[in-house]
Ligand binder design. Sequence first.
Ligand code: ZN
Length: 143
Amino acid sequence: MATMNKVTPRSIWVGRLDHGADLLEEITTVCKDNNIRLGKIEAIGAVKKATLGYYDQKTMAYGFFELDRPLEITSLVGNVSIKDGEPMVHAHVTLADHDGTVMGGHLAPGTIIFACEATIQELEGEELVRGMDEATQLPLWDM
Ligand code: ZN
């Protein structure tokens, strides 16, 4: 059965992320600097290049691949929760090529911003803390 917490909306942060910055690092810094410990994230824009992850469910390990070219961020969705006492951003992105071909995956360090407009919705409620999940070997929310 699904385990869900009821949360309520707080402030919404909206802004522009820095050209040339690392996308995951930049969002994480915004959360840490503003003490956002629970929230949801969305963004659009473009990247100079990307590094994405894919979790192999057989080997239970992440594989990472690079897309070393300019791409549109057609969609970034993610959340903020707590890992090792600190806000941790988990985000997935869909990126589009010059002809609209899309690729996507788990946002990893090494994705460099060309331009990015981000919205972070801060949520009020019980903090979600990540702990190792036996079945998936992923640091999932410990609920
Ligand atoms: Zn992921």
